[in-house]
Design a protein around this ligand. Structure first.
Ligand code: SIN
Ligand code: MN
Length: 207
């Protein structure tokens, strides 16, 4: 499948999931969020809510709140229950795109309502940067911004369409990235609109 280099170590595979695979993944995500509902995360210290709603699947999940900041934990912060397992369709994507011997330990689920966004940031709460981050998009198109590993590096903006995959690996593992905005009404996949982004990660350092 054709890939496009967005920055060193950052690749885009347009249309990685066809419509049937997107529907399968959307169904799997619905099952996960029935068990582990989307919830409002808060920024460290200020407690300001993030505009995306989040959940996770896998042995570990990424969470943030006012008191304890950014971290990974094995349980849902509201229910206290373990995160549901990572669906097979996502494990397959990790195997095909990730090029990493061990399975993912965490999958963050971000739900973007039409007015949600995500500021420019690095994924750096993991102990192991040798493993890539594999990202899949479902639903409405996002204007995704990506740059280099310094905040001051130049950035470019690219549209991520439902079914697209992005991999941040190697030199691109710590690339700054974010979502400037969602383009409402650009996909029929989610019955009520909006966008879902799934990011698969390793968290711990292998022994
Ligand atoms: C993220 O950085 O966690 C999400 C990126 C995206 O929504 O494409
Ligand atoms: Mn990120």
């Amino acid at each position: 499948m054709a890939t496009i280099a967005l920055a060193p170590g950052v690749t885009l595979t347009p249309g990685y999931l066809d419509r049937a695979a997107q529907e399968e993944l959307f169904c799997a995500v619905c099952t996960v969020i029935t068990e582990a509902p989307l919830y409002l995360s808060r920024m460290p210290r200020t407690g300001k809510p993030l505009s995306v709603r989040m959940s996770n699947c896998g042995p570990l999940g990424w969470v943030t709140d006012e008191a304890h900041g950014y971290r990974y934990q094995a349980t849902h912060p509201e229910s206290g229950r373990p995160w549901p397992p990572i669906p097979n369709v996502l494990l397959r994507a990790w195997r095909e795109l990730g090029g990493y011997a061990l399975p993912p330990e965490a999958c963050l689920i971000n739900f973007y309502a039409p007015d949600a966004r995500m500021g420019l940031h690095q994924d750096k709460d993991e102990q192991d940067f040798a493993a890539p981050v594999v990202s899949l998009s479902l639903g409405d198109t996002a204007l995704f911004r990506v740059g280099g590993s310094k905040r001051s590096d130049p950035t470019r903006s690219v549209r991520l369409v439902s079914g697209d995959a992005v991999v941040l690996g190697g030199q691109g593992r710590l690339a700054f990235h974010g979502v400037d905005r969602i383009l409402p009404g650009t996909s029929t996949l989610l019955p009520e609109g909006g966008r879902i982004n799934l990011t698969l990660r390793r968290v711990t350092r292998p022994n």
